[in-house]
Write a protein that binds this ligand. Structure first.
Ligand code: ZN
Length: 178
């Protein structure tokens, strides 16, 4: 037996990485069914009560890759709803992973916008990018699985899906004339 310190450290790194991916998978598996149900319920409400995209918003949707912009509905609300009691505690801890703060949220073809932000193009383009991601990944459950995995594993800010949405919205965040 001849294990050097270096070799031991390398082995522990692998063990830690495997442990992490085990817990990430477990957490995602535990939250996915409730998360999927909640998202579908919110989407149904927005599709019922929301408004379709205006012409220029449709152009933005197409620009970020939404394939069926005619399906998208926007519902401005005083406060963007949160999962609340139906969600298990651990998901509430990761609240920041699921929502764009309280100002906007995309649930498949439904978009909640906080009323005070309802005319903020940067927020809408960010959420439209998530709509495109729902389409690309194949709907509510596959999107949520990938999104939760990335957020738990890499962090909300570092997740590829959030980075893509931030980058798409970036040109819209400049002040007029800037
Ligand atoms: Zn986002």
């Amino acid at each position: 037996m001849l294990w050097t310190g270096t070799r031991l450290r390398v082995n522990w790194r692998i063990v830690r990485a495997k442990m992490k991916s085990f817990w990430v998978n477990l957490l995602v598996k535990a939250t996915l069914p409730l998360g999927t149900r909640w998202v579908r319920k919110q989407e149904a409400a927005i599709l019922r009560e929301g408004r379709p995209l205006r012409d220029w918003e449709r152009t933005w949707a197409e620009d970020v890759g939404v394939r069926r912009p005619e399906e998208v509905r926007i519902l401005p609300v005083p406060r963007v709803p949160t999962p609340g009691e139906g969600f298990i505690r651990v998901l509430n801890r990761f609240f920041g992973f699921l929502f764009e703060g309280p100002t906007g949220m995309a649930v498949n073809y439904g978009i909640y916008l906080e009323a005070s932000q309802a005319t903020n193009p940067s927020l809408l383009v960010h959420e439209l990018t998530h709509v495109a991601q729902f389409e690309r990944l194949g709907g509510v459950e596959p999107f949520l699985k990938e999104y939760l995995t990335q957020c738990v594993r890499d962090g909300y800010w570092e997740s590829n899906l959030e980075q893509e949405a931030r980058e798409a919205a970036a040109p819209f965040t400049r002040p007029p004339g800037g």
